[in-house]
Design a protein around this ligand. Structure first.
Ligand code: AMP
Ligand code: MG
Length: 501
């Protein structure tokens, strides 16, 4: 392990802050220079603040009111950059639907790492701020609809307690983007623990040498997994730590019916945050084969494939680390394989814990797991809504009766569930309290997301977006969530999502 890896980082008290509260360090630029390019955002014609995440701004040590005025808005749009920002585009590669490609931030620019008052470090990134050396044939821009989609879904995921990048602001540019029809353009300001991806390591391995990979691995350990530094085998420890994080993350996705939609290795963050909200969506009816993405014709990234793809992506990560794991290649491969087993075991454990808790069991047991499996099967056969099914059990006997009114075939399973839960010696209401803390009653339903985005994009009316955001950021609001945010929309077997490029 390289000595003194913390030399990368500057602390907040050594830095000057700029207007609005920006306090940027630039530790990533101390990495080998093949990993990034300095680049300035391209100004936009007429920046208009569509949405600002006041709470997030405050938690980052920023002054929300600064962004109500033109100087602050200009900074969110990339028309000017804060005094202490040194913007970069990051290089990365990636397996896209299984095929390897050299990529990089083609329409994103990292302004710097904001240090919060408590010393946390977050990348601040523009998405849609113009071309970079990695744009290939892309225009570097983004449309308003997809940026609002990222905003609302990432904030919903955060409220669900799932690790994710966050959304600080969306600014309309006053310029059209052509997809190919003209759409209003926008810039999203995204906040992330970092933007280091499996694909960043793939880029380092493809373009760099052993020392490039080691520099990136040491940096990643220092930034995200400091406990690995003291391990006898720090890079094995890193691989296992990332494997555990991904296993826990994907088990949570599966637990709420989230489908990422484009789990390419460039869209898997080493920090363990959910990243790159493109064609993502929440499943309605429970079906492992659910796919919404228009470009995923083979179902590679279907709901039920996600755990397996997580493993596949980690294997690509492990390959890049081989030279650091052991001097003998065979031994390195054996160590990598063992670490990937950690993922498999940890995923299974996390999945069981989550699914058993969703049915009201504080501990997983073989009885509880077999009930989970049969319940899921019953949901699938009856074509009942995944979220609603769990929410009804969590809510009340009346809600259960309502569900049974629609899906009488669930009765056998629900009777079995009731008997098993009551057998735990815990009063039902107590069990339900726990269930209501884990089973969301409000998720970003596809029809409501589409409705909110169309109003914002076509009519400049952000009211439905605001209401949707309010609802989905309180996912466990069994008492007050308005009915329309709790129930599935009309069945639409043709519903498709798009990459949003
Ligand atoms: P994604 O599938 O959204 O993760 O994007 C894959 C790659 O395409 C990344 O390298 C992006 O930066 C790049 N990309 C996506 N949209 C654009 C665009 N409009 N202009 C330039 N590059 C883009
Ligand atoms: Mg991406």
């Amino acid at each position: 392990m390289a000595e003194n890896i913390t030399q990368h980082f500057t602390s907040r008290d050594q830095l000057a802050s700029a207007a609005g509260g920006w306090c940027f360090d630039h530790s990533y630029t101390r990495l080998p220079s093949i990993l990034y390019e300095q680049v300035q955002p391209e100004p936009v014609r007429e920046p208009r603040l569509v949405y600002l995440n006041d709470d997030l701004a405050a938690s980052l040590g920023l002054d929300p009111s600064y962004f109500e005025h033109s100087a602050g808005i200009a900074e969110l749009a990339g028309n000017s950059v804060p005094d202490n920002a040194h913007p970069i585009a990051q290089a990365y590669a990636g397996h896209q639907f299984g095929g390897f490609t050299m990529l990089g931030d083609g329409r994103a620019i990292v302004l710097g790492e904001q240090l919060t008052l408590s010393g946390e470090r977050f990348d601040v990134q523009y998405k849609g701020s113009g071309q970079t050396p990695y744009s290939r044939r892309g225009d570097g821009r983004a449309a308003l609809g997809p940026m609002l989609r990222e905003y609302v879904i990432s904030e919903a995921m955060h409220a669900l307690g799932i690790a994710t990048t966050r959304s600080l602001a969306v600014v309309a540019t006053g310029e059209p983007v052509f997809r190919p029809e003209p759409l209003p353009g926008a810039v999203l300001v995204r906040i992330a623990a970092s933007h280091i991806r499996v694909g960043t390591f793939q880029y380092a391995a493809a373009r760099g040498n052993r020392s490039t990979i080691q520099a990136l691995a040491d940096y990643t350990i220092a930034r995200h997994y400091p406990d690995c530094e003291a391990d006898d085998r720090p890079y094995v420890a890193l691989l296992e730590a990332v494997a555990r994080k991904q296993a826990a993350l994907i088990a949570q996705w599966v637990g709420v019916g989230f489908i990422h939609g484009v789990m390419n290795t460039d869209n898997m963050a080493i920090s363990g945050e959910t990243i790159d909200y493109g064609p993502c969506a929440f499943m309605d009816q429970y079906d492992l084969n659910t796919v919404f993405s228009s470009i995923d014709s083979m179902g590679r990234y279907a709901y039920g494939q996600q755990p397996r793809i997580g493993h596949w992506n980690l294997a690509r990560f492990a390959e890049t680390l081989l030279p650091l794991l052991h001097d003998e290649q065979e031994q390195a491969i054996a160590l990598a394989e063992e670490s990937l087993e950690v993922y498999v075991r940890h995923y299974q454990e996390r999945w069981q814990d989550i699914m058993c808790a969703k049915l009201g069991f504080q501990q997983s047991s073989s009885d509880a797991v077999s009930l989970v499996q049969d319940w899921l099967k019953a949901l699938q056969e009856s074509k009942a809504d995944f979220t609603l099914g769990f929410a009804a059990l969590s809510d009340s006997d009346e809600a259960v009766e309502e569900l049974l009114g629609q899906y009488p075939e669930l009765r056998v399973l629900i009777d079995r569930w009731r008997a098993q839960v009551v057998g735990q010696d815990t009063p039902m209401e107590h069990v339900r309290q726990h269930m209501r803390a884990i089973n969301p009653v409000v998720i970003p339903r596809n029809h409501l997301v589409e409705e909110a985005l169309s109003a914002a994009q076509d009519e400049q009316n952000v009211e439905p977006f605001q209401q949707l955001l309010d609802a989905v950021t309180k996912p466990y609001n069994y008492d007050d969530a308005p009915e329309r945010y709790r129930v599935p929309g009309p069945l639409d077997p043709t519903y498709q999502t798009f990459c949003g490029t």
